[in-house]
Each structure stands twice: as structure tokens, then as C-alpha cells.
Design a protein around this ligand. Structure first.
Ligand code: ADP
Length: 499
């Protein structure tokens, strides 16, 4: 016998339900809809009769609740009735409603189960706060599952971690079954990327945010998966980190597409380089040999042809360098080199332009600089890109100063600083300067023919060497680019692997 309190609860419950909009559907014992009233069509977001009659009633129920609702419906066939079965249903426009279902079995004279009358109450507006939170969590989990997107939170003070279910799944772990922390990430990462994760955590703690792409190996398929992780740190008034939140996203597919594109770019630039060099070389020959019978205007055309072909050769070379670096295929043959000698050698290529622009170029080299151990082509490329920028973005009669010294802040590291009194980089463009193919607004109007690849290339090269690049700049005053490059590549093993 239910006691008095149970009765009150029942009464409350039924009263509560009756206050909400009510819809009626008649379904057969298998759950197929036979008939509906107008209120039902309205409740499910303006369905038409054709859209529901003859279809399974369970199709209206969200995936997670479907099995449970189907099983509970079986009870109606046995017990004749169910009431207040709560579940989430989907409306025509894909939004959800929280439904309370009651069902009564209609049995004909012969005792055959004929139909079930389903009464649906839309109780969405009266979900408790807790239920609403649960509902939001459910929707978030569903969205994360679809997007293969996990999110995480680290309470730095208590060192407690919360991972969403999808986070666990991304790492092939059963959701919420084990305690996780930063070491779980490190443990799961491919050996070469473990250090990167430690650096990512340190950067996120110090700088307030971080971004990293790293690899894990799927334990079942043994395939490499690329994950993209981001973070944001919250601090107290004394800048003590309190909490870090972030996301992890499976970007394997994007990486594969990227690689195919880079391979295509590499192949295309490789193939183009040959014929372009021939055009360039022949135009140069024509110009140098002052071929008899060429009129002044013909010479002018050849000069233009030569200039244009030189630009395409430079662009093609840059594209090839980018693709080889991105694919990790750039040959890396470390040898002992004199930094100042290499700088001077590269500078020779710019002497003519420097003289033509009447630029005052100063070089200073610290005494007794040790040798650097790195790849000659990569080192020359760093100087080429930085000197070319200083020369290109400095107007005639400006000044450029190149200084090579030992970095006072980093152990066993050189510091290269190239300052110019040029156009500078507008404040708003400064954070994008190292992005692929980015050119600042003022550069585009003042200097034609840039590719926006130079600084990106230098950044990639410095990754191989374990160096850094940064700058300070003020529009119309000038810029200083700094490169810190270790005497010996930091991670010689991984650098040599690039061979
Ligand atoms: P680009 O081929 O355009 O020079 P880079 O990658 O070398 O490509 O440089 C990217 C952008 O950074 C340039 O387009 C320019 O806007 C800016 N920049 C680089 N170096 C300088 C500099 N020394 N002075 C002013 N702007 C510079």
C-alpha cells in the first residue's frame, strides 16, 4: 500500500503534468504512429500528418533516450499503462523538448493488443535548474562527439582535472573511468612530442594561453592521430595561476590534406624551377652580352623579362623551401661555420641595391665569436631573408645596422640583430608577421613583389635549430629583428633526422 506521502507525490506529479500542453498520439504495439491530434503536430515543431503517421514514434526520441523509451514501452504491453516517462524528443527544426510520456494500452474484445494511446506533455519550461544544466551538458557532449572535440579543465590550486567524455575518447580511454592529469597527455603523446607538451604547459602557465599540434598513436589501429590542443589560464590579482581550461580537437584529416597540398606544392615548384631558371639565365645572357642589333626598347623589354623571371625564381625557391621544411624533408647537414663570414657573404648579394639606395649599412661583430654548427643553406637563408627585408623596407638614404654577438641571456647562443630606419610594421599587423604569406598593409603599397614567406621560413628554420626570432617595430620609424640561434642545434638528434 502506498503511504500518504506517496499519494501526495503522485497528486503533485499529476497536477504538475496536467498544467503543460498535452498532445495525443495513437501508436500500434510496435510503436508506429496511427493517428495524431493537432496539438502533437504543433508540439513537435509544426510537423505535418504525412511526416509522422506511419513512422516510428521512437524516431521522435533523441538517440541517447531511444533504447530506454523503447524498453519502457514494452511494459505497456504487459502492464497496460505507464505514466510520466521523461525523455528528450527532437522537434522538426532539430531543437529539443523535454517530454513526459504516459501510455495506455487499448485491448479489443478478443483480448488482442490493438493500440496504445500516448499522451505527451511538453515540460521543457519547467525543467529544474539541475535538469537544465544536465540538458546543456548533454547537448555539449553531443556537439563534442560530432565535432570530435574534447574540452578540459585544470584546477591548478587543488591539482584536480576534469575531462569531458570526448576528451577520454580522443585518447582511447573509457570516459570518466580513470583519474587524468597532465601526465596522461604526456604519456599518450608520441615520444618525439612529449617535450613539446611539457613546453606547452609551461607556456600556457606563463603566457596565459597556448596552442600545440601533437601526435598520438591509436592503440587499436596503430595509426598516427594529430591532436590540436589550446589553453587559456586564469590568474588571481597577484598573477598566480588558478585555473586552466582548454580544448583538444582531432585534426588528423586536416593534417593529411595539408600534407597532400604541401607535397603538390613541392612537386610543382620543383618542376617549375628548371624552365624558369633557363628563362632567367637566357635573359641575363642577352642583357650581359649586349647582343648586336638590339634596339633600346628591345633591351628594355628584355630587362623587364629578366626582372620578372628573377622574381618568379625567388618565389619558386621560397615555395620549395617552405614545402620541404613543412614536410620535414629539408636536408640538414650540420657543419662548423663562421657566422660573420656567412653574414658577409650573403651581404655581397645586396651591395649593389644598398649602394643604389644610398643606404648607410653598418656591421658589427663581437670579437672571438665561436663557430656555429648548423646547415649552411639554412643559415644563409636566415641572413638572406632578414637582410632582404631590411633593405627592401628601408627608403633611400636610410640606415641599417647588423650586429652579431653572444646572447647575454641565453647560454651558448648567438644573438643576431638587424635594425633599420625603414617603414616599420603597423601595430595592428605585428602579431601576424610570422604567418605564412602575410604582408603588412604598408608593405603591400610600398614594396611590390614580396611573398610573405621569408619570415615564416626563418621561423621554421629556427624550429629545426632550436632558436628564436622576435622583433620590435614602429611604423615610419623602423624595425629591429632579433634572432637567437644556439651554437649547436638544441635537439641535434631531431635536426639530423631531417636529413
Ligand atoms: P615579404 O616577402 O613580404 O618581405 P616576409 O615574410 O619576409 O615577406 O615579411 C612579412 C612582412 O613583414 C612583410 O611583408 C612586411 O610587411 C613585414 N616586414 C618584414 N621585415 C620588415 C622590416 N624590416 N621592415 C618593415 N616591415 C617588415
Amino acid at each position: 500500500m502506498p503511504d500518504l506521502n506517496d499519494n501526495i507525490a503522485l497528486l503533485d506529479n499529476s497536477k504538475r503534468v496536467i498544467l503543460f500542453p498535452e498532445a495525443i498520439l495513437i501508436v500500434d504495439p510496435f510503436g508506429n504512429v496511427i493517428n495524431v491530434d493537432q496539438q502533437a503536430l504543433k508540439m513537435f515543431g509544426g510537423l505535418t500528418e504525412q511526416e509522422i503517421v506511419g513512422k516510428s514514434f521512437f524516431d521522435l526520441i533523441v538517440e541517447q533516450d531511444k533504447l530506454y523509451v523503447e524498453q519502457t514501452f514494452q511494459k505497456i504491453l504487459v502492464e497496460g499503462h505507464i505514466s510520466d516517462l521523461q525523455c528528450n524528443a527532437t522537434k522538426k527544426d532539430g531543437t529539443y523538448l523535454r517530454a513526459s510520456l504516459s501510455g495506455t494500452l487499448f485491448i479489443d474484445k478478443l483480448g488482442t493488443s490493438k493500440e496504445i494511446t500516448v499522451v505527451v506533455h511538453d515540460i521543457t519550461p519547467h525543467l529544474s535548474e539541475l535538469e537544465q544544466v544536465k540538458e546543456t551538458q548533454r547537448q555539449l557532449a553531443e556537439a563534442q562527439q560530432i565535432a570530435r572535440f574534447g574540452s578540459w579543465e585544470w584546477d591548478i590550486i587543488t591539482n584536480k582535472f576534469h575531462w569531458t567524455d570526448e576528451m577520454y575518447k580522443l585518447f582511447s580511454l573509457e570516459p570518466q573511468k580513470i583519474l587524468v592529469d597532465n601526465d596522461t597527455l604526456i604519456e599518450k603523446a608520441q615520444t618525439e612530442d612529449k617535450e613539446k607538451i611539457k613546453e606547452f604547459i609551461a607556456t600556457s602557465l606563463g603566457d596565459g594561453s597556448g596552442i600545440l599540434d601533437f601526435r598520438i598513436v591509436n592503440p587499436e589501429s596503430k595509426a598516427t592521430q594529430w591532436l590540436h590542443v589550446t589553453s587559456k589560464t586564469f590568474y588571481d590579482a597577484a598573477h598566480k595561476p588558478l585555473r586552466m581550461v582548454g580544448t583538444v580537437h582531432d585534426v588528423t584529416h586536416e593534417k593529411e590534406i595539408d600534407e597532400v597540398k604541401t607535397q603538390f606544392l613541392s612537386l610543382a615548384s620543383h618542376q617549375m624551377r628548371g624552365p624558369l631558371t633557363t628563362i632567367n639565365w637566357n635573359a641575363e645572357m642577352l642583357l650581359q652580352q649586349q647582343v648586336e642589333g638590339l634596339s633600346e626598347s628591345q633591351k628594355k623589354y628584355i630587362q623587364e623579362l629578366y626582372n620578372a623571371s628573377k622574381r618568379i625564381v625567388l618565389l619558386t625557391n621560397d615555395l620549395l623551401t617552405v614545402s620541404e621544411l613543412e614536410l620535414g624533408r629539408m636536408p640538414f647537414k650540420p657543419e662548423k661555420l663562421s657566422l660573420s663570414k656567412i653574414a658577409k657573404r650573403v651581404l655581397e648579394d645586396y651591395e649593389r641595391t644598398i649602394a643604389e639606395k644610398k643606404i648607410n649599412f653598418k656591421e658589427t661583430y663581437a670579437e672571438q665569436l665561436p663557430e656555429i654548427e648548423t646547415d649552411l643553406f639554412l643559415l644563409k637563408t636566415i641572413f638572406h631573408e632578414l637582410i632582404a627585408n631590411a633593405v627592401n623596407y628601408t627608403p633611400p638614404e636610410g640606415t641599417i645596422a647588423m650586429n652579431i654577438s653572444i646572447d647575454p641571456k641565453r647560454a651558448n647562443t648567438f644573438l643576431i640583430a638587424i635594425s633599420d630606419s625603414g617603414y616599420g610594421i603597423p601595430q595592428a599587423d605585428q602579431e601576424k608577421v610570422f604567418s605564412k604569406m602575410f604582408r603588412a598593409t604598408n608593405a603591400k603599397t610600398k614594396v611590390m613583389g614580396g611573398t610573405g614567406l621569408g619570415l615564416y621560413i626563418v621561423k621554421l628554420i629556427l624550429k629545426v635549430n632550436g632558436g628564436e626570432i622576435w622583433f620590435s617595430s614602429e611604423e615610419n620609424k623602423g624595425s629591429t629583428f632579433y634572432v637567437a640561434i644556439p651554437f649547436v642545434p638544441k635537439n641535434m638528434d631531431s635536426a639530423i633526422k631531417l636529413k
